[in-house]
Design a protein around this ligand. Structure first.
Ligand SMILES: Cc1cc2nc3c(=O)[nH]c(=O)nc-3n(C[C@H](O)[C@H](O)[C@H](O)COP(=O)(O)O)c2cc1C
Length: 90
């Protein structure tokens, strides 16, 4: 799966915010690997746009602070019409 990183660029995303390199965190939950694949693609595409990205399985996240990043992406599988329990708790 590929996302178009030039689409991010056309939206003005260049990985720089006020002279500082932007940092994003992508957190995903997955049971069967689908959400992981999507999260990996999002992380890779953001990196191609010059953004520093850390990718975590939600089960491995102990503590995060808003100071750790400029933005956070959370990917959850749908479970009975809502977020997975792990994503909900996160
Ligand atoms: C117990 C259970 C409940 C689910 N409930 C929904 C649902 O309400 N709506 C939906 O569109 N998909 C539902 N799904 C499908 C999953 O969201 C879908 O297969 C998803 O891609 C799984 O992600 P994963 O591979 O990252 O675990 C459900 C799957 C399971 C196992």
């Amino acid at each position: 799966m590929r996302l178009q990183s030039h689409t991010l660029k056309s939206l003005g995303v260049d990985g720089v915010n006020g002279g500082m390199k932007m940092k994003g965190i992508v957190v995903y939950d997955t049971s069967y690997g689908n959400t992981k694949k999507i999260a990996e693609t999002i992380a890779e595409t953001l990196k191609e746009s010059g953004i520093e990205v850390d990718l975590f399985d939600v089960k491995d996240v102990k503590k995060l602070s808003a100071k750790d990043c400029n933005f956070l992406v959370l990917g959850s599988p749908t479970r009975f019409g809502t977020l997975s329990l792990q994503s909900e708790v996160f």
